[in-house]
Design a protein around this ligand. Structure first.
Ligand SMILES: C[S@@+](CC[C@H](N)C(=O)[O-])C[C@H]1O[C@@H](n2cnc3c(N)ncnc32)[C@H](O)[C@@H]1O
Length: 267
């Protein structure tokens, strides 16, 4: 059963984000335990954003769950998580499939995008679905956004839609840099055939390909190299239209990829 620790009204995570600002939607959360999954409020005096900037914060709401025989953080409301999902949220349109429910934050923000007509969320874990429902994450949305969302319990690597998917937002991983992420994506896309794709940490995985191509950390990285790498994947990846995307990828990689030489070769 749910064991809610904080008050019924919950906590607005924006109050913990300090000097980090976002226009994206944030629900209130409460602490609790659902099977092997829990939501916790943790103190955190600083946080690094995805693009490398440091922020002063006071805390974070964190989703902990089972991972490789231990409990691990799967999602938290921190600058890095918000910045690393906002390109996909902004580009979502039509019928959007979100793979991985987590705290429901990404799916909720996809539903808030007026270009999105419907959101199908695929999640394999019943306790995750139960916790998002118990917290009323989607019930806090404006009614027009709430009405767009359907949650399906299934394996994102096997699930097939019954209809056209205009955009796919994939986030089923607990770790940014995950061996075989490209293989996972190809399996998803073989089943789903989405017109456009954005996945969590795609910038770091494109950086992996850049490192592989050069056999080292590239000393420079520009838009032409980025476009060539994206084309080489054969996947319809959403590419941020701002001219400094390649530079920002290189900066994100400095903070969020492993330091060991040759990490990019791990399979
Ligand atoms: C990192 S969290 C998603 C966080 C989410 N983007 C958010 O905004 O809160 C990953 C989620 O994917 C789910 N997941 C992992 N592997 C899966 C699979 N094969 N099929 C479906 N869901 C999966 C996990 O249970 C977890 O809920």
């Amino acid at each position: 059963m749910n064991d809610l620790i904080a008050g019924d009204e919950g906590i607005d995570p924006r109050t913990m984000l300090g000097d980090f600002e976002t226009s994206l939607w944030l629900p209130r959360f409460r602490e609790g335990q659902w099977g092997e999954w829990s939501l916790r409020m943790l103190p955190a005096t600083a946080a690094r954003g995805y693009w490398g900037r440091g922020y002063r914060t006071t805390g974070a709401v964190m989703l902990m769950g089972p991972f490789a025989g231990n409990a691990a953080a799967w999602m938290s409301i921190v600058p890095m998580e918000i910045e690393s999902q906002e390109i996909g949220i902004a580009a979502a349109h039509g019928h959007t499939v979100v793979l991985g429910l987590g705290m429901g934050w990404c799916a909720a923000n996809v539903a808030c995008n007026p270009a999105v007509e419907r959101v199908t969320v695929v999640e394999r874990d019943a306790d995750v679905i139960a916790l998002v429902a118990a917290l009323g994450v989607f019930d806090q949305l404006p009614a027009v956004a709430r009405a767009k969302i359907e949650v399906v319990r299934d394996d994102a690597l096997r699930w097939r839609p019954g209809e056209r998917v205009d955009s796919l937002q994939a986030d089923i991983w607990a770790r940014f840099v995950t061996p075989r992420k490209w293989d996972d994506l190809r399996r998803m896309q073989d089943n789903i055939g989405a017109a456009t794709i954005y996945f969590w940490g795609q910038e770091l995985e494109l950086w992996r390909l850049a490192c592989r191509a050069q056999g080292r950390v590239p000393p420079a990285f520009d838009g032409a190299e980025l476009s060539a790498l994206v084309a080489s994947t054969g996947l319809p990846l959403i590419i941020d239209g701002r001219p400094d995307y390649a530079l920002r990828i290189a900066e994100a990689a400095r903070w969020w990829t492993p330091q060991e030489d040759g990490w990019w070769n791990a399979e």
